[in-house]
Design a protein around this ligand. Sequence first.
Ligand SMILES: Nc1nc2c(ncn2[C@@H]2O[C@H](COP(=O)(O)OP(=O)(O)OP(=O)(O)O)[C@@H](O)[C@H]2O)c(=O)[nH]1
Length: 375
Amino acid sequence: MKPNKFRDEARVLVMMEDDDETPPLAIQIEESANSSSSDLKTSEEDSVGVTVITGYLGAGKSTLVNYILNAKHGKKIAVILNEFGEEIGVERAMINEGDGDGGAIVEEWVELANGCVCCTVKHSLVQALEQLIERKDRLDHILLETTGLANPAPLASILWLDDQLESAVKLDSIITVVDARNLRVQLSEHRDSSSFPEAFLQIAFADVIILNKVDLVSNEASGPVASRVIEELEKEIRNINSLAEIIHSVKCEVNLSKILDRKAYDAKQLAHLETLLKETESLSTSNIHDSNVRTLCITEHRQVDLDKVRLWLEEILWEKKYNMDVYRCKGVLDVQNSAQLHTIQAVREIYEIVPARRWQEKEERVVKIVFIGSA
Ligand SMILES: Nc1nc2c(ncn2[C@@H]2O[C@H](COP(=O)(O)OP(=O)(O)OP(=O)(O)O)[C@@H](O)[C@H]2O)c(=O)[nH]1
């Protein structure tokens, strides 16, 4: 069995999806004395990154996939089109042959069992990923395009921590494409309806948000007015999720280094996390958006007891003690009796706290935790 970074580095706490109402399963695994850092490195390098592409109907998800497949990156990229719904039983996988020149796109059909969001989709998704990895000797990356109404939560949980997949694939990031012209309407429609707010969830779970179709905003308004509209949209997005990087685009033509190999779930990749946490400085619990999906930020300048943090986090994530349903949480901790900066990551009920690097001598030590969820 390949070493699993979660097993080897951290106490692992796993809770099943809400949907199956299975009691939480808590496993404590001590740091392994046998695992060398080179083992871990090899396993991480071997695993194929999965980028989940989500976004509202018509926002530009397929445009982004096509742009990535046809760009000159020399990578061999597989795409899984994931149709979530009771009716849908077939998912399609395309593989870019990656000859360094964009490459031919080969379409393949992967037959999968019927599935609805939860266990069956989990099973078929895991199968699809396994099939892709088995069949191709060299696969650099996988794109998983979801349908416009998909809630990315189950996907994020499955991909982030799945025993079946072990270290064969790893969740790289969740990219949400939003339509700059229609976002306002889409959000307010959901605000006024009792339907499940996928548009909010897609933004809440994103690591990167592509604010697409900015050309349509510019076509409709003069320069300064269009800039103000875009600024307002950004503000609206930040109020829901202050941790995502926002990139503007026309036809999803974005700098690929911003969206591929992001390693948003890798506890050792601190650069993005630290920048994003810094930018979240100005937001506080008083910054309440009129939607019920929001970002809350807690900052402390004292060391914390790791066991107490775990208990507190479990109360929040599992028992919903403070009436917040947390979708995503990221943060850094200054832990008592430790010279290491620890990172926190959570996706719904699953969380991980990992020592990431040594605090530097003159660095200001801080505890900063950002929650994105609904209250
Ligand atoms: N003007 C303009 N049109 C765009 C842009 N990006 C995408 N489109 C168009 O918007 C339409 C929808 O784009 P898709 O990529 O199919 O969107 P999608 O999110 O995959 O759509 P669904 O799969 O139906 O949810 C297409 O006609 C695109 O050509 C953009 O930046 N500007």
